[in-house]
Design a protein around this ligand. Structure first.
Ligand code: PGA
Length: 228
């Protein structure tokens, strides 16, 4: 693919993989540097469950992989009496650089409101974590300070039916206008190695979010190869 702009690939493992399974994934992908070309224009972000962040950091360092760690969620509060929560400071300490906020599954199953999401963005920015804010459409409220949006229409998530590229481009255009200068908009929802170029070639799209196709190391490797 010959695209000159910087591209983002955001893998979202969702609630999948034990430590041993994460280790196998990294090992299988460990040879990829020999197989793929120039990665300079690519930012590969792996958003893993909290339990895997620490072992993944070590594995990524040991294998010298060009992968940046992301979390899938964050506490809307700082450290303190919030049982069960993981704060921005804890994530920062693990070497996490990005955090997904407001994924439609969090909004749907965990009743995350716009106010909660605004607080999560505030917490992440206070620790210099970059929020990847997920939106379902062009109208979703976007908290202040957000620079990266992941547009994922609900119907396309996990359905095998990706969005129509022309419609995606139209919505991405509107989202970019809302973000202002240097805003980044990614598309996610049933992206795989076959349809990814339809989205990466769009004028207003800067990258892709990959759920199910990121779980299998060979499928993910294919995606990285196609984008590089
Ligand atoms: P999918 O998930 O690639 O399995 O559709 C995308 C996402 O929810 O981030």
């Amino acid at each position: 693919m010959t695209i000159t702009k910087k591209l983002f690939i955001v893998a979202n493992w969702k609630c999948n993989k034990t430590v041993g399974e994460a280790e196998s994934w990294i090992k299988e992908i460990g040879n990829w540097k020999l197989e793929i070309g120039d990665l300079q224009n690519l930012e590969i972000i792996l958003c893993a469950p909290f339990t895997l962040l620490y072992p993944l950091k070590t594995l990524i360092t040991n294998y010298k992989l060009p992968i940046t760690l992301g979390a899938q969620d964050i506490s809307p509060f700082p450290d303190g009496a919030y049982t069960g929560e993981i704060s921005a400071r804890m994530l920062k300490d693990l070497g996490v650089e990005y955090v997904m906020i407001g994924h439609s599954e969090r909004r749907k199953y965990f009743a995350e409101t716009d106010q909660i999401l605004t607080n999560k963005v505030r917490e992440s920015l206070e620790q210099n974590l970059v929020p990847i804010f997920c939106v379902n459409d062009a109208q979703t409220p976007i908290p202040d300070g957000v620079k990266i949006l992941l547009y994922e229409p609900s119907f396309a998530i996990g359905s095998g039916k990706a969005g129509d590229p022309n419609e995606v481009n139209e919505i991405a255009k509107k989202l970019k206008e809302r973000l202002g200068e240097n805003g980044i908009v990614l598309y996610g929802g049933s992206v795989n190695s076959e349809n990814m170029s339809l989205f990466l070639n769009l004028e207003y799209i800067d990258g892709i979010g990959v759920g199910s196709a990121s779980l299998d190391p060979q499928k993910f490797l294919e995606i990285v190869k196609n984008a590089s």
